[in-house]
Design a protein around this ligand. Structure first.
Ligand SMILES: [Zn+2]
Length: 84
């Protein structure tokens, strides 16, 4: 089960999911990350911000129309504010 979720990783530089093709992080990727960082939401945020900055650079290079504001929502706004 976790092996399936672990396949949902971002392809670079498109930042689409390698498993399902959705804009990463897709729903399975989010579930996987939440499980991996359970009790460590700050750590997850640090990880996602790092990826967001990498994605922003690469997507800007592609001129795909993505904007940092959208990436903020996409990469980090879904993370629960508190670690339950
Ligand atoms: Zn996926």
């Amino acid at each position: 089960m976790s092996g399936d979720l672990a396949a949902h990783v971002p392809c670079r530089p498109s930042w689409r999911c390698a498993a399902c093709g959705a804009a990463w992080p897709c729903s399975p990727a989010k579930l996987c990350l939440l499980a991996e960082y359970k009790g460590n939401m700050p750590g997850l945020m640090v990880y996602l911000v790092t990826l967001r900055e990498e994605a922003a650079e690469q997507l800007a290079g592609l001129d795909s129309g993505e904007r940092p504001a959208n990436l903020h929502v996409r990469f980090t706004d879904w993370v629960p504010a508190r670690s339950g």
